[in-house]
Design a protein around this ligand. Structure first.
Ligand code: BGC
Ligand code: BGC
Length: 457
């Protein structure tokens, strides 16, 4: 059995987000967010639920921090709900909202857990959506002002800042595919959103640096490592397009390379951009977006296998990338494919060279619940995490400057359009009693952190 030892000071953490766990949606002056509005629109969330109560973390944060301390977790990635701090998105701040995050941060620090604060994990104030949301360039400026308010208050204690979580989701999943809030199906609007999200990131970076001296500032992207189903020209081109759509569209401008020219051409051809091109981009924007960062946050769940629909199946080459029969799937119906994490981290390092990387999310949805003794035997999650930790360690052997790893998620929680039907937690949540039970995977994770090493198993 091999042992994979991690470097000293490797940051082992867990992650959550505000709307998915906090609850207290109508307390202490919190404003409405687009997820309140969306989840209460019939048909949008498959079990008809919403985040009004969720894990009631707003009231139970002390217990949740104590739980993390007990697991030995060194860092906690959480997000701030913008409408708690600025109920209308801009203008008047809500003191009670800022107080909550201050209490949370102080409790974490007292427990020896370093806060990694994400400013935007999708709960845009509804008041800003009513003015066009992220499709409106003014929202980028409102975001920078919000970043200023939060970092003025917490910048002395929070030293790790993540501007955005997964702009692909906030732009495309939400405005092109339309299964996340605000639920639009408008490709052009979605591309405007993508630009304004990146612009807002670039505007916030100097603000965070100013208010939080010595801090590390970065952004988290989600990636879909893309594999063509065959080596045919058609499948390879489908892979190029998908990689551009999902990965390069965000990476390239962040690393100073403009939006990818092949994608601009594809989008013009498809009518998703006007013939003049990406007219939302104004002079100077690309420089703002490419503000140097201290790290890149990587969220990885699964890979994508692309098959061209431009060539009929029988005219294509035989498909060589198989996801069956040996693959496993999680309850999200996502394929388990750990090696793509190794490949992804290596690619990011070689092609973009961020100063540092963190895996800011990785984890799996499995429904295993308490047995007769009240124990949650979620071996599949343990195996999933172990195999992904090993994949990350192998990337580090190849020179990738990976500094930490945050398991998604600390708690079972509100899984967006799937409501409470999916359980990603290493801690079980009983939503009727709000009781928490660390699953076997959490106890295993405690051992990994204590040993700073993983057995291959
Ligand atoms: C998101 C989380 C979500 C997780 C599982 C990530 O893309 O950041 O909010 O719960 O995926 O779907
Ligand atoms: C899933 C969502 C998930 C999102 C972010 C989508 O593919 O359908 O449930 O929240 O990815 O991970």
């Amino acid at each position: 059995m091999s042992k994979y030892v991690f470097p000293e000071n490797f940051v082992w953490g867990t992650a959550t987000s505000s709307y998915q766990i906090e609850g207290a949606a109508n307390e202490d002056g919190r404003g409405e967010s687009i997820w309140d509005r969306f989840s209460k629109t019939p048909g949008k969330v498959n079990d008809g639920s919403n985040g009004d109560v969720a894990c009631d973390h707003y009231h139970r944060y002390r217990d949740d921090v104590a739980l993390m301390k007990d697991l030995g977790v060194r860092a906690y990635r959480f997000s701030v709900a913008w409408p708690r701090v600025l109920p209308k998105g801009r203008g008047a701040t809500n003191a009670a909202g800022l107080d909550f995050y201050e209490r949370l941060v102080d409790t974490l620090l007292a427990a020896g857990i370093e806060p990694y604060l994400t400013l935007y994990h999708w709960d845009l104030p509804q008041a800003l959506q009513d003015e066009g949301g992220w499709a409106n360039r003014a929202t980028a400026e409102a975001f920078a002002a919000y970043a200023d308010v939060v970092s003025k208050r917490l910048g002395d204690r929070v030293k790790k800042w993540i501007t955005h979580n997964e702009p692909w989701c906030a732009a495309l999943l939400s405005n092109q595919i339309g299964i996340h809030a605000p639920g639009l199906r408008d490709y052009r609007a979605a591309l405007s959103v993508s630009h304004h999200l990146l612009l807002s990131h670039g505007l916030a970076v100097p603000v965070l640096r100013q208010n939080s001296p010595g801090a590390e500032v970065g952004i988290t992207l989600n990636f879909a490592p893309t594999f063509p189903a065959s080596r045919s020209a058609a499948d390879l081109d489908a892979a190029r397009h998908h990689d551009g759509y999902f990965n390069r569209w965000f990476l390239d401008p962040l690393f100073g390379r403009h939006y990818p020219a092949d994608m601009i051409a594809d989008y013009i051809e498809a009518g998703h951009l006007p013939p003049e091109g990406f007219t939302d981009v104004r002079p100077g924007d690309l420089k703002i977006i490419a503000a140097p960062c201290d790290f890149l946050g990587v969220n990885y769940y699964n890979r994508t296998v692309t098959r061209s629909d431009k060539v009929p199946e029988e005219e294509n080459l035989p498909r060589t990338v198989h996801v069956a029969p040996r693959s496993e799937w999680t309850d999200m119906e996502w394929e388990v494919y750990p090696d793509a994490l190794r490949q992804l981290l290596t690619r990011l390092h070689l092609e973009y060279g961020p100063a540092k990387l963190y895996v800011t999310e990785n984890g799996a949805s499995y429904s295993d619940g308490p047995d007769a003794e009240g124990r949650v035997r979620d071996e599949r999650r343990t195996r999933f995490l172990r195999d992904h930790f090993v994949a990350a360690r192998r990337a580090m052997d190849a020179g990738v400057p990976l500094a930490g790893y945050f398991v998604w998620s600390l708690l079972d929680n509100f899984e967006w359009e799937r409501g409470y039907t999916q359980r990603f937690g290493i801690v079980w949540v009983d939503y009727t009693t709000q009781k928490r039970i660390p699953k076997d995977s959490a106890l295993w994770y405690r051992g990994v952190i204590a040993a700073n090493a993983v057995d291959e198993g």
